[in-house]
Design a protein around this ligand. Structure first.
Ligand code: ZN
Ligand code: ZN
Length: 348
């Protein structure tokens, strides 16, 4: 089958690889219908996250059709339409029980193989899904492949950020980073009824899109964010910040614009090891810091009814769709943010 594989920094290629097979009785094989390129795939692409084996199939966001099941899979059968969170989970451990599926004791991320251990990615024609009964979610008949795809990570992570931020109706919330996750966080903040949502980014077309979704745009390259937020909040500061970038400077900005007692909800994949503020800075400002990987198995189910009721619209973030065979070009296109590119899907 065809797959987009990691070969080295800024080097992915269209490869011919063996089709996956059932290894465990709990596995399912899924034919990929839509896959997406995520901002965190670009961490791998650029070598900001290292250790992945060359030859590993890229990607972790997909929807598809079940084409084979192990003998212990009881909730899914051949022909079922499914979505999947970007990490697999067992459904039995303490963390699965409390909805923290991202921290399942058997959690693994698609598209991450290190020293031969781990899971292949989803930028391929077929995929093996371990622990299928616990991991997969039935895609409702009225859901498109595209809608389901966004629940795999992007929409779930944005909503998770808004939930971490504990938004209330009188709040001013700032979303730093207006990529797909940031846009979804803005949509969720709107859904939670947040009074004022400020969107921060350095790219104008993203800010325009954030504005269309009800946020007040601030371009940090042209405006002083701290001053702007203080102006809008009677010099108090923001009640919460959803940080959807994962950089040291955005964490520093988040800290600087929060009011005392404010919440910093960080959902960007962090690729640095020291915070740009100290424990005493946090103490002196009573800052609440929350961070982590979204348990998208838990949130996907939670979001399905909200999408069905039309309370959250998802697919407008999808800007481009490429055929899988043109996946290498799709990576380049996404990386260079050509043609107001926001979210790229791959179609086998
Ligand atoms: Zn992702
Ligand atoms: Zn578990």
């Amino acid at each position: 089958m065809k797959a987009i594989t990691f070969q080295g920094i800024k080097c992915v290629q269209l490869s011919e690889v063996p089709e996956p097979e059932i290894i465990s009785k709990k596995d399912a094989i899924v034919k990929i219908e839509r896959a997406a390129i995520c901002g965190s795939d670009m961490h791998v692409y650029h070598g900001r996250e290292t250790g992945i084996d060359p030859g590993t199939i890229m990607g972790h966001e997909f929807t598809g059709t079940v084409v084979d099941t192990g003998v212990e899979v009881s909730k899914f059968k051949v022909g079922d339409r499914v979505l999947s969170p970007f990490t697999v989970n067992c459904g039995e451990c303490h963390f699965c029980e409390i909805g923290l599926t991202a921290r399942c004791v058997k959690s693994q991320l698609y598209g991450w193989k290190e020293s031969g251990v781990g899971l292949e990615g989803v930028h391929a024609e077929y995929l093996r899904v371990p622990m299928a009964d616990a991991t997969l979610v039935h895609l409702p008949d009225d859901f498109s492949w595209e809608q389901g795809n966004l629940l795999a990570d992007i929409a779930s992570t944005g909503y998770f950020g808004a939930e971490l931020a504990e938004l209330k109706s009188k709040d001013t919330c700032v979303v730093i980073g207006c990529g797909p996750v940031g846009i979804m966080a803005i949509k969720a903040a709107k859904y939670f009824g947040c009074k004022e949502i400020v969107a921060v980014d350095g790219i104008d077309f993203r800010l325009e899109f954030a504005e269309q979704n009800g946020a007040i745009p601030v371009n940090y390259l042209r405006q002083n964010i701290v001053e702007k937020i203080l102006e809008r909040t009677n010099r108090i500061g923001a009640d919460s910040v959803i940080e959807a970038v994962g950089s040291k400077s955005s964490m520093k900005t988040a800290f600087d614009i929060l009011r005392p007692g404010g919440i910093l909800a960080s959902v960007g994949v962090q690729a640095f090891d020291q915070l740009p503020f100290s424990p005493s800075d946090m103490y002196d400002k009573n800052i609440i810091l929350k961070a982590g990987r979204c348990s998208s198995r838990f949130y996907a189910e939670k979001l399905i009814p909200l999408v069905q009721n039309g309370e959250i619209q998802l697919t407008d973030v999808i800007s481009h769709t490429f055929d899988l065979k043109d996946g290498v070009e799709a990576y380049r296109f996404f990386d260079e943010e050509k043609d107001k590119c926001l979210k790229v899907l791959l179609r086998p």
